[in-house]
Ligand binder design. Structure first.
Ligand code: COA
Length: 255
């Protein structure tokens, strides 16, 4: 049995930033750190006004305190319907949120960007605590709800299956097959639609080789560790493109 988990707002605990950065570096694949959004966006997440939308799971006290989980999210203005959520899901929501802040636009929707739990604490429903916390926050502040460009955690084991098919798979209990889709579904989120190009990551062949530890001697499609879909390599153009689909899901917060 693990120690009790506490969820804190980043605003109350800005001292946790080094531990958060360390956790992200250790638990996300290298290539996913190369997202096409501006690098400065990550730093802005931990500054006002965005710092308010980051929540941290901690355990232990004093010298024994540890960061074990994190939910990153942004708020943005959204006047369209859910069916209009962008095809460029994650990339576009991050950009829209940062742009709307520059322009001082009022926000009415929260978009989650990512949830991370350290390996040792997985399977203990920490995401449930983090997502429920964000939902309570959104409800108190009267947001319309929370949208999530969901990155199914087991899709990487099925890189050549169509995303549109994979997300319909069920387990033996008739629940969504993918554990991460299932976590959101259990918490009441509804499927909205696919974001076919949610995250685009582009690099030279050297860069892709250093991010993945693989060699890409000829043009074509390659399965890469933790990639939900294959990486496309074009040797003549010295370029690799990884275009990741996600599933838009929506958590209502009014009920
Ligand atoms: C995604 C992530 C946050 C889930 O954390 P978690 O602690 O495993 O989540 P939960 O405790 O809610 O478990 C969710 C389900 O996954 C299952 N699960 C946990 N670890 C698993 C594993 N290694 N393989 C398969 N299933 C697993 C759990 O049993 C649970 O299944 P259930 O619904 O039948 O009970 C964590 O795996 C992680 O940080 N991954 C890296 C970052 C990432 O991919 N984030 C998601 C996209 S933003």
């Amino acid at each position: 049995m693990k120690d009790p988990i506490k969820i804190v707002s980043f605003v109350e605990r800005i001292d946790l930033l080094p531990a958060i950065d360390e956790m992200i570096m250790q638990h996300w694949p290298k290539f996913m750190m190369q997202a096409s959004v501006d690098d400065s966006y990550w730093e802005r997440l931990y500054q006002p006004p965005f710092a308010e939308y980051q929540f941290v799971a901690i355990t232990g006290e004093g010298d024994d305190e540890r960061v074990v989980g994190l939910i990153n999210s942004v708020a943005l203005p959204w006047d369209d319907g859910l069916q209009d959520l962008p095809d460029h899901g994650w990339d576009e929501m991050f950009t829209l949120a940062m742009d709307s802040d520059q322009n001082n636009l009022p926000c009415n929707l929260i978009s989650a960007l990512s949830v991370t739990v350290i390996t040792e604490y997985r399977g203990y429903k920490i995401p449930q605590l983090l997502i429920s916390h964000l939902k309570s926050y959104a409800k108190n502040k009267k947001y319309l709800g929370i949208v999530v460009p969901v990155r199914p955690t087991m899709k990487h084991l099925y890189p050549i299956q169509y995303f549109r098919d994979y997300i319909t798979w069920k387990n033996e209990r008739g629940e969504p097959f993918d554990p991460w889709i299932r976590t959101h579904w259990r918490l009441g989120a509804k499927f909205v639609k696919i974001a076919p190009a949610s995250m685009t990551i582009t690099g030279t062949i050297d860069e892709w080789e250093s991010w993945t530890g693989l060699k890409f001697p000829q043009s074509g499609k390659y399965a890469i560790t933790s990639g939900l879909v294959p990486l496309k390599i074009d040797v003549a153009k010295n370029r690799g493109d990884y275009i990741e689909p996600n599933l838009w899901m929506f958590h209502a917060v009014t009920a």
